[in-house]
Design a protein around this ligand. Structure first.
Ligand code: ACO
Length: 437
């Protein structure tokens, strides 16, 4: 059938599109920028009725629209949010929820999320923002291939929110109209993340990492101040490549100037690979119809066995704390979930498995204006994002240490050596008392 006719047949109102939802079902929402604001609002309206006792919502990186609708306190008795990665909006909403127990974080490493959302739970419905349809009947998932590219083919019911502002990207980001059950249109500016200037400490740490990045390396950069600061220091590098979970504005500058060109990649040369993008309008415009920027599902981009195919793969991620054996916590503060594992463990493993590969975990030596050391005897709260067997380089403003091959006492001494000087004596004392050194 003609795709334009099919489009008109499937085009409906947000409320009609949501009428398919039933009590106690699982609704999966697109991640971050791809979370469809008008559909989310419509779900919030229908859920108020008597037909619903509860709806489970699965997602990563909740957007502001979620905290203004489904996560509002008045719906908290009917909505079970199951975030697999918490954003600042999720954290803010959680603080206001009267019944906090209903929001339950689901631990997951990113390359497995597509599978978890289609095999471990029943994917009743998936709602996501897409680009306008092309003449062949294809929408693009644009900024967010991530788990969407996996879920869209397995969910029982798929509703897309077409937004003119969603860029059309290449790779495995296309969805055919025949795979979609209902369409709504809502053209609103995409979520933008304001970029904060890095702190002096972030820049100091970034220098230690940038000095260890060679021309021709392939990069993954995680979230946080340090990864962005590292990118800003690579202007004089040559022939860098990208195989990164996250695509961000600092990468655009390096692509425009030819620093990142993918020329020396050991495979998928000249292609800048990502699974989710988070940035500003200028970045989304740069991605639109750009054949060099290719999005693939997280199950592929973040799969360590795929990452390792890139020789000289360099992964840079941030952390909250590291213990004296080298275990990394990048997701909890004082026992409460702050963010999530995301793709950190995937890339730490994939990068070290790559020929010539390296992974860097960066953190300021202290938190709370210097009151707390982030190098600790034992992790606070217990979440281990990267095991001690996985951790490679750890970097603070006081230095960079390579933990691979070090014994436990050697690790403890190396890490104490890059702790803030005010905490080194106490850490040494604790390490001796607990038998670490
Ligand atoms: C979606 C993805 O998966 S991207 C790819 C990689 N994935 C990951 O790395 C996932 C997990 N990582 C993350 O969530 C982030 O990188 C983080 C949270 C570890 C670091 O992000 P950053 O923005 O650099 O965090 P930062 O170091 O500034 O700490 C955030 C806040 O927590 C506070 N904090 C950090 N550590 C501690 C601590 N040990 N004790 C108390 N407070 C702390 C900081 O002081 C800061 O507070 P502020 O905002 O009031 O200044």
């Amino acid at each position: 059938m003609d795709v334009e006719i099919l489009y008109q047949q499937k085009l409906t109102s947000p409320e009609n599109a949501c009428a398919v939802l039933r009590d106690k079902q699982n609704l999966i929402l697109g991640m971050g920028v791809a979370m469809p604001p008008r559909l989310v609002e419509a779900v919030a309206n229908i859920i108020k009725g008597d037909d619903f006792s509860v709806l489970n919502i699965y997602y990563m990186h909740g957007s502001q629209v979620l905290s203004e609708t489904l996560l509002k306190p008045e719906l908290s008795h009917k909505i079970c949010p199951r975030p697999l990665f918490m954003s600042s909006h999720d954290r803010a909403a959680l603080k206001c929820l009267p019944n906090r127990s209903l929001m339950e974080f689901v631990p997951a490493t990113f390359h497995q999320v597509g599978r978890l959302l289609t095999e471990q739970i029943e994917p009743h419905c998936f709602m996501v923002t897409v680009s306008p349809m092309d003449k062949h009947g294809y929408f693009s998932l644009g900024t967010n291939a991530d788990y969407g590219a996996s879920v869209i083919r397995k969910a029982h019911h798929v509703v897309v929110e077409v937004n003119d502002n969603m860029p059309r990207t290449f790779g495995e980001c296309s969805v055919h109209i025949s795979e979609v059950d209902a369409i709504i249109e809502y053209h609103t500016p995409l979520t933008e993340i304001p970029s904060h200037p890095p702190s002096d400490i972030d820049i100091k740490i970034a220098h230690l990492i940038a000095d260890r990045i060679n021309d021709g390396d392939t990069l993954q950069m995680g979230v946080g101040g340090v990864p962005s600061a590292v990118l800003s220091l690579l202007k004089n590098h040559k022939d860098l490549g990208l195989h990164s979970e996250l695509f961000c504005p600092a990468m655009v500058d390096l692509i425009r100037t030819g620093v990142i060109n993918g020329k020396k990649k050991s495979w998928m040369q000249h292609k800048h690979i990502f699974t989710l993008a988070l940035g500003d309008k200028a970045m989304y415009d740069f991605m639109d119809d750009n054949p060099s920027i290719v999005g693939y599902p997280a199950s592929w981009v973040n799969n360590p066995s795929i990452i390792q195919k890139n020789h000289n793969m360099v992964s840079v991620n941030a952390a909250i704390e590291v213990d004296l054996s080298g275990q990394i916590n990048a997701e909890q503060i004082a026992g409460q979930t702050f963010s999530g594992t995301g793709g950190q463990l995937d890339f730490v493993r994939g990068a070290y498995s790559s020929r010539g590969g390296r992974s860097f975990i960066a953190l300021n030596a202290t938190a709370k204006k210097g009151a707390v050391s982030r190098i600790v005897l034992r992790l606070d709260g217990g979440a281990v994002t990267d095991t001690r067997m996985d951790t490679h380089f750890v970097v603070t403003e006081y230095g960079c240490v390579d933990l691979k091959g070090l014994s436990l006492p050697q690790r403890a001494k190396a890490l104490i050596g890059i702790a803030h000087p005010d905490f080194r004596e106490a850490l040494t004392q604790q390490a001796m008392e607990s038998g670490c050194i």
